[in-house]
Write a protein that binds this ligand. Structure first.
Ligand code: PGA
Length: 263
């Protein structure tokens, strides 16, 4: 079954009004006419309104909708009320965000987010009709101890146990080995493929149909030089890109590599 690739930029804590305006305008120019790959950017939530307006109308085949869609880097589990400092899924939705990153290792580490808490976020996103991008992946120590598959299985099972395997219909998983994030040391295509195949197989054990359609992105030091080879792997359906998503030419090379590899 053909899966449509998704390349998403995770801007993390980067950007300013001026920087965003320039990057988005460059992205629209670079990605003009891309049809074979879904593309999204997740700027800091503060700038969603600016990005929503800036992304509209690029004058290509997208008929004014724009090739680049919007996402967010996090969401709270609560939808309304006395939760100081939090942002709800309905707020993200109101500003056009579609793809919501949850479970990123930086949030698991710095904000002590548990598998169960992340599963609650997954549920909130699905209920709102948006797309969870569930980040999973092992640390360097876990990798060296041969625990990669066990860690990925545990992180996925938290969602399956809470919501059932069908929750992965229309959802995205981003396999991001922590040792590869921001280090310049990407997993090799073969290493990544092996874990992606394991993840798809793990879901297939519950439902082959769900496994066949779920998008599994690779993330961790993806750049314009290594993307094409990663995308030749059958179970790598795109990428979640950090550092290289802050440069329009590099990000565009990655998107076009996915488009070409999966055509
Ligand atoms: P990186 O980040 O591409 O800078 O390694 C990826 C991510 O954390 O999503």
């Amino acid at each position: 079954m053909a899966r449509r690739p998704l390349v998403m930029g995770n801007w993390k804590l980067n950007g300013s009004k001026a920087f965003n305006a320039e990057l988005i305008s460059a992205l629209k120019a670079e990605l003009h006419g891309v049809t074979g790959c879904d593309v999204a950017i997740a700027p800091p939530v503060m700038y969603l309104a600016q990005a929503e307006v800036a992304l509209q109308g690029c004058g290509c085949s997208c008929s004014g909708k724009g090739v680049v869609q919007l996402g967010a880097q996090n969401v709270d589990v609560n939808v309304q009320g006395a939760f100081t400092g939090d942002i709800s899924i309905e707020m993200l939705k109101e500003f056009g965000a579609k793809y919501i990153i949850i479970g990123h290792s930086e949030r698991r580490t710095y904000h002590k987010e548990s598998d169960e808490f992340i599963a609650k976020k997954f549920e909130v996103i699905k209920k709102a009709g948006l797309v969870p991008v569930l980040c999973i992946g092992e640390s360097e120590t876990e990798n060296e101890a041969g625990q990669t598959e066990a860690v990925c299985a545990r992180q996925i099972d938290a969602v399956i146990n809470a919501l059932g395997v069908e929750a992965f219909n229309g959802a995205v998983i981003a396999y991001e080995p922590i040792w590869a994030i921001g280090t310049g040391k990407s997993a090799t295509p073969a290493q990544a493929q092996a874990v992606h195949a394991f993840i798809r197989g793990h879901i297939a054990a519950k439902s082959q149909a769900v496994a066949d359609q779920v998008i599994i992105q690779y993330g961790g030091s993806v750049n314009d030089a290594n993307a094409a080879e990663l995308f030749t792997q059958p179970d790598i359906d795109g990428a979640l890109v950090g550092g290289a998503s802050l440069k329009a030419p590099a990000f565009a090379v990655i998107v076009k590599a996915a488009e070409q590899a999966k055509a």
